[in-house]
Design a protein around this ligand. Sequence first.
Ligand SMILES: C[S@@+](CC[C@H](N)C(=O)[O-])C[C@H]1O[C@@H](n2cnc3c(N)ncnc32)[C@H](O)[C@@H]1O
Length: 361
Amino acid sequence: MSPSEKATRRWDEERAQPSHNATDTLAKTPAMPSETYQQSFDSYRNYVGSEDRYDLIGAMQFDLMVRLGLREQHALLDIGCGSLRSGRLFIPYLLPGNYCGIEPNDWLIESGIQENLGRSIQAVKRPRFDHNDTFDLTVFGQPFDFLIAQSIFSHTSPVQTEACMRSARTIMTATSIFAATYFEGDESYTGDKWVYPGCVTYRKDDMRRMVEEAGLAFKYVDHFHPNGQQWFIAYDTAPLDGPTLHDDPGPFVGHLDDQAQTYPDVLTVWGWAAEANHAREGVDILILNEDGHLMARTTTNVRRDDVVEAFGQNAPTHAGWRASFGTALLNPGRHAFRAYAVDAAAENAYCLGVIKVKVTD
Ligand SMILES: C[S@@+](CC[C@H](N)C(=O)[O-])C[C@H]1O[C@@H](n2cnc3c(N)ncnc32)[C@H](O)[C@@H]1O
């Protein structure tokens, strides 16, 4: 993107924000034309940004997270969830109890539920909220598969950004993905305060450093943002620290049957597995990439009549398994994914098969 395009996009983000609150950082960006509409910041919609894009900014987040692999069974943490601009899509999509939001301004959540979702959603989907402003992401006492912070690091001080990343690391598993936006700039904000409604910028190397210092990998994601913010993901890349891996099926019979692209950038792989004595339902399955990093984990819980037919009455009826994951954290090129079945003591994992997939940019 050329500097002039960037400037235009930056102005777009800020045109909905009053100049009297402009910060030093904001003052470096193009001035706000006087004819732009007034924004009162008293509505649940315009408090979080430009009202005319309220729907699209929510849709952008939902679309990205599904592209990253979000499925209904996953747990999602929405950091700075505001008035549920995206929550109004995530909450109905996810299974009950799987959406959590942190938002210090509780009136935003109240209005979002009242105006967009309706109170009945609380009984049906049981979203949970916390109002801390210290970026304590541990408050729900559970890990999350996906985390999102949309237009949060466009306002945080470095200390807040680092605190958020450190806390995120503690509630992320080997397969969790944290997606966030920020304004990339030539200078990094060095103040110690949350800036709002003005915006702050960070240099890419500073944002990368803050993510990596928290023990996570950092990668840009090419996903359109109408306000010119940059999406990135933070995630774990370490090889699986767990059972001893074996190249043979050991005490299991089973297979990695096939794979298919089930959404842009999302792969679903499937197969079946059973212990040779067919005794156990619910075998744990791991999908690893060629670096030994865990891409997905699941259990045998899909009905497979063909397995029962082949192995007789004593075979588990639910020997099938399915696992899906986003490919965003992989570099373009050929990748080999292996499926392993884990023994009951979780000490050994045995290979059921390998599948080769080409990941495109
Ligand atoms: C630009 S809005 C983005 C809201 C939401 N992520 C969205 O996309 O609609 C920034 C939000 O961060 C919230 N916020 C302010 N301080 C915060 C903090 N310390 N921790 C989490 N969120 C905070 C604000 O109240 C506001 O709702």
